[in-house]
Design a protein around this ligand. Structure first.
Ligand code: ZN
Length: 138
C-alpha cells in the first residue's frame, strides 16, 4: 500500500473566502502514484471547512448569504465571544459546511460526479492555516 500526506497552506486576503483546491489535490494524488484508493482532505482548523460542490460564483454567494442568515456575523450574538474571541459564527459555519471530504481515486484520478469540485471555505482568515491531504491506496 502507498500513502502520501501533504499540507496545503493558506493565508487568505479576506476574512471569508472560498478557494477551489481541486487542482492542488489532484497534483498530490498524481505525486502519490496511487492508482486505486482514496484521498482525505480536511482543514486543520475549527473555523474553516472543506466541502464538495459546484464551482459556480452564484452558488458561492448563495452559500455566504445562507450562512449569514443561519448564524449572523454579529459578535454580540455568541456566548463563545465572551471568552474574548470574535469568531463565534465561524465555528457554527464550519459545522454547517462540514469538516472533510473523501474522494475515490480511480485510474490515478479523482473520481468525481459531474460538476463536483473541492473547496476550502475560510470563515476566519487573514492568518496562516493549512489543509491536510492524505492519499492511500495502491
Ligand atoms: Zn473561537
Amino acid at each position: 500500500m502507498k500513502t502520501l500526506t501533504k499540507h496545503i497552506w493558506f493565508n487568505t486576503a479576506s476574512r471569508h473566502e472560498f478557494v477551489n483546491i481541486t487542482d492542488q489535490v489532484e497534483d498530490i494524488v498524481k505525486e502519490s502514484g496511487v492508482k486505486e484508493g482514496m484521498v482525505l482532505v480536511n482543514p486543520m482548523h475549527i473555523t474553516a471547512s472543506v466541502y464538495i460542490n459546484d464551482a459556480e460564483s452564484g452558488l458561492i454567494n448563495d452559500f455566504q448569504k445562507w450562512l449569514e442568515k443561519l448564524a449572523p456575523t454579529d459578535e454580540s450574538l455568541y456566548q463563545h465571544n465572551m471568552t474574548g474571541e470574535d469568531n463565534g459564527y465561524a465555528h457554527l459555519w464550519r459545522t454547517i459546511m462540514g469538516r472533510e471530504v473523501v474522494v475515490a481515486v480511480t485510474n490515478g484520478k479523482l473520481d468525481f460526479g459531474p460538476w463536483e469540485q473541492i473547496y476550502y471555505a475560510e470563515f476566519d482568515g487573514q492568518r496562516k492555516k493549512r489543509v491536510l491531504v492524505k492519499v492511500i491506496g495502491e
